[in-house]
Design a protein around this ligand. Structure first.
Ligand SMILES: [Zn+2]
Length: 419
């Protein structure tokens, strides 16, 4: 009786009545079954046109999983009616607590989806004695609901980014990076012009033209599409992308040099570059004590790796300039010096900076206007999500999980009422 009272206060459907709950314990499985019947004299509504229609017949009982309670799995039992709709013919009635043919109640789906934000899908499934697939469908429902209702009218700054998903397959990402709203807007397979165009197709022309800033990396297809679609936007090359490119270059130099040193070193001799990777790539202030000592030792030797590292460190000053004129001058000097360094991967960076000088200089124009660290922050969160979520074999699942975790999607108010 108490259960019925609770249900009527949290989940009342005016045209339906809860019967007496039955507790069933069977081979260690404990469950509560709650029968539901239609209110006397009420008409079912056609699931196609949503209008009430005269009854036709009644189908067999169906079970709908509801939120588990005190270790009991909870199910609603209901025999859906079919209606004879004057417009659509014989149709199954609308069942207000479930979506279409789903055997999950909407409440349970929202409950699972909410947990899927803090635990990975497999953990949610284990914890609530359901399957990975049920968690997936729950999150899918939540994402579809939220994306139908999300507000995309006030986007003025976006970040375009890419992430490696499976071997050789990249995914294009678009973030909103306005100061007051940072979220993931778009996920599309591949890093092609087409991939980025699908984003602009989605927000349509008028909204695309209202975008003022686009932060991106130097990937040519992206630059082309940004120019073509976000015609009023200032394209900025993100500091974080430049840093990532430099790290890659250093890593290349280091790997080649280590290989060479190992080949040439006398047997048993220690090669100084061994295990040096992280102390060269990490931000200086994040180094462990051991890595710090290693770095100090390294810097004493005249290696290409070390010179490349010092060039990278030097370039950090570029971002500190108040005056764009001086910053530009600094970049020019840095590029000349690097071109003379004879370190091929670093020379490539200098060429790249020269080729995109104006786009990089735009960075000084938007300092403060948009959240420039946002792309990096969102990217890190995203990579963690990709790592933590098992079973993303399909792109569909990956896309849904990312929208769910990082999309800041709206939810019905009711979602948090259960806990
Ligand atoms: Zn109808």
């Amino acid at each position: 009786m108490l259960l019925k009272t609770i249900l009527n206060s949290i989940e009342k459907h005016p045209l339906f009545i809860y019967g007496t709950p039955k507790i069933i314990t069977n081979d260690g499985e404990k469950r509560i079954e709650i029968p539901i019947r239609a209110r006397k004299g009420s008409k079912g509504s056609c699931s196609s046109c949503h209008k009430p229609a005269p009854g036709y017949d009644t189908l067999a009982n169906r079970r709908f999983s509801f939120i588990p309670l005190w270790g009991f799995l909870v199910f609603f039992l209901y025999a859906p009616r079919r209606v004879d709709c004057p417009d659509c013919g014989v149709k199954v009635e609308i069942i207000p607590w479930a979506n279409g043919k789903s055997n999950q109640t909407k409440s349970y789906a929202w409950f699972l989806a909410d947990w899927a934000k803090v635990l990975n899908w497999k953990e949610v499934a284990t914890h609530f004695k359901t399957s990975w697939y049920h968690v997936f469908t729950a999150v899918k429902m939540a994402v579809a609901w939220g994306r139908d209702r999300m507000d995309i009218d006030n986007i003025t700054a976006i970040g375009v980014d890419e992430v490696k998903w499976q071997k050789g397959i990249f995914v294009t990402l678009v973030y909103q990076i306005d100061n007051n709203c940072k979220r993931l807007l778009w996920v599309q397979k591949h890093r092609t012009k087409y991939a980025l165009r699908t984003f602009f197709n989605w927000i349509k022309k008028e909204r695309s033209h209202r975008i003022k800033y686009v932060c991106s990396d130097m990937w040519k297809p992206y630059l082309t599409v940004i120019k073509e679609r976000a015609i009023n936007a200032l394209n900025i090359l993100d500091r974080y992308h430049v840093a990532a490119k430099m790290n890659k270059a250093i890593d290349k130099v280091r790997a080649a040099e280590t290989k060479k040193a190992k080949r040439e070193a006398p047997k048993g001799a220690e090669v100084i570059l061994t295990n040096s990777r992280w102390c060269l790539l990490k931000n200086k202030k994040n180094l462990t004590l051991k890595q710090g000592v290693k770095l100090k030792d390294l810097l004493k030797v005249n290696l290409q790796t070390v010179r490349a590292y010092l060039l990278k460190e030097e370039f950090q000053h570029f971002w500190q300039y108040q005056s764009p004129t001086w910053a530009r001058k600094f970049m020019k000097t840095w590029c000349t010096k690097t071109m003379r360094s004879k370190i091929e991967p670093m020379k490539k960076i200098a060429k790249m900076l020269r080729a995109h000088e104006d786009l990089i200089m735009n960075w000084f124009e938007v300092k403060g206007a948009i959240s420039l660290g946002a792309v990096e922050g969102l990217n890190n969160k995203l990579k963690a999500s990709v790592r933590n979520s098992y079973g993303f074999k399909t792109f569909d699942a990956l896309q849904i999980a990312l929208y769910h975790r990082l999309g800041k999607l709206p939810e019905p108010e009711k979602t948090h009422r259960y806990f």
